[in-house]
Design a protein around this ligand. Structure first.
Ligand SMILES: *Cc1c(COP(=O)(O)O)cnc(C)c1O
Length: 405
């Protein structure tokens, strides 16, 4: 138990959330059960009344899920966490917990496609309007705030443009206006960025990505800074029912043990790849928080512990050239999602951000030629060789086109 008190993140990743269990296992058992026996009718009644601590039913609380929740709450330096069935279930639970009909939301334009769509469709049905802003510009955020603004929702770095928002500044603004600040911390993970320490009230994650890290689980989590927010959202989650199951919680908890190691490798390789791309004659621009050319490089330096594994870039040949690269990589895999051990490449405008619509994409800076890379933990030279080769094929195709024309 002593080790759990270590403040060092790499130690925390290994030991966080692990309690004491029957027979003394080093790893929390998978309590694959929907329900728990009461010692007596009185005991059952006391549990329901909240007079005694214990387990009742796995939608409400499960020891395997709780261990994983405690690990993430510890890593984020929050009060407690709520394990959800997906990142979207977590985001939906936050909105439905904290918003009432007639409220207003300010949301960053650079945001996961389905988050924007959720606000514009499901949440809007309940008479809740959203204003989308370039959240890297504090004045734009300030100007969007209304009397009834209840949540400022930020994803930083934003998906897929990697626009960076100053969490500390926006948190101050939110609190001056009696609003909650919610941060989607999926792209960085608590190893590289801890929004609650910078003033945010709630953090959400798609656990599907870096926290689990192995592309074999869909899950999400909400971390609250205090007991009041936690209690409100726990009640809503119990009613909505979008909870994680014990086996997926076990897998995520296992993934977290290597989080610190993985984020170090993702960041180191991504830095090299971003520099390779930035120096490549066929590349128009590269966005990576570790490059000095990033428009919010100073904010990144201030609030990140490292630059992470996500890169976006555009080729001079635009969409056609980008497609040619995606169709000719052999080592990188053409698939959506991110944050796993394997390198993935995808095209946001026609894939993850297609549902947003062209106008919203353009406003968010998601050009048709933008290609997103999630850098894995393979040998970095294999990834660079693959990209180099695909870029070469793309340029040959282009010159062939020219010679035919
Ligand atoms: C994937 C993702 C989500 C949604 O998570 P799911 O687990 O797919 O529901 C939300 N935010 C970001 C930044 C993501 O990358």
């Amino acid at each position: 138990m002593l080790l759990q008190n270590s403040k060092n993140l790499d130690s925390k990743c290994v030991h966080a959330g692990i309690g004491e269990y029957q027979y003394g296992p080093v790893v929390p058992p998978i309590y694959q059960t929907s329900t728990f026996k009461f010692e007596s009718a009185e005991h059952g009644a006391a549990l329901f009344k909240g007079e005694e601590e214990g387990y009742i039913y796995s939608r409400m609380k499960n020891p395997t899920v709780e261990a994983m929740e405690n690990a993430i709450a510890d890593l984020e330096n929050g009060y407690k966490a709520l394990g959800c069935g997906s990142g979207m279930a977590a985001i939906h639970t936050v909105f439905t917990s904290l918003l009432n009909a007639g409220d207003h939301v300010v949301c960053s334009k650079a945001v996961y496609g389905p988050t924007a769509t959720l606000l514009k469709t499901v949440i809007k049905k309940f008479n809740i309007e959203t204003t989308f802003v370039h959240a890297s510009d504090i004045n734009e955020v300030n100007n969007a705030i209304k009397e009834n603004t209840k949540i400022i929702y930020i994803e930083t770095p934003g998906n897929p443009t990697l626009e960076i928002t100053d969490i500390e500044d926006v948190a101050k603004l939110a609190h001056q206006n009696n609003a909650f600040m919610v941060v989607d911390n999926t792209f960085m993970s608590p190893a590289l960025q801890r929004p609650l320490e910078l003033g945010a009230d709630v953090v959400v994650h798609s656990l599907t990505k870096f926290l689990n890290g192995h592309a074999d689980v869909v899950a999400g989590v909400i971390v609250s800074k205090d007991k009041a927010l936690y209690t409100t959202m726990r009640k809503t989650l119990n009613q909505i029912g979008g909870v994680i199951d014990p086996f997926n919680a076990f897998l995520v908890h296992r993934g977290i043990k290597t989080l610190s190691l993985r984020m170090e490798k993702h960041s180191k390789s991504a830095q090299k790849i971003a520099e390779f791309l930035e120096n490549h004659p066929q590349v128009k621009w590269v966005r990576y928080p570790g490059l000095k050319s990033h428009p919010q490089y100073d904010t990144a330096q201030k609030q990140h512990h490292d630059a992470g594994g996500m890169i976006s870039f555009e080729l001079k040949g635009g969409l056609e050239a980008g497609r040619a690269v995606m169709n000719n990589v052999k080592f990188c895999q053409l698939a959506v999602s991110l944050g796993g051990v394997e390198t993935l490449i995808q095209h946001p405008a026609s894939m993850t951000h297609h549902s947003m619509g062209k106008e919203a994409r353009e406003a968010a800076g998601i050009t048709n030629g933008l290609v997103r890379l999630s850098v894995g933990i393979e040998n970095v030279n294999d990834i660079i060789d693959d990209l180099n080769n695909a870029l070469k094929i793309a340029s040959e195709l282009k010159s062939l086109e020219k010679s035919i024309a």
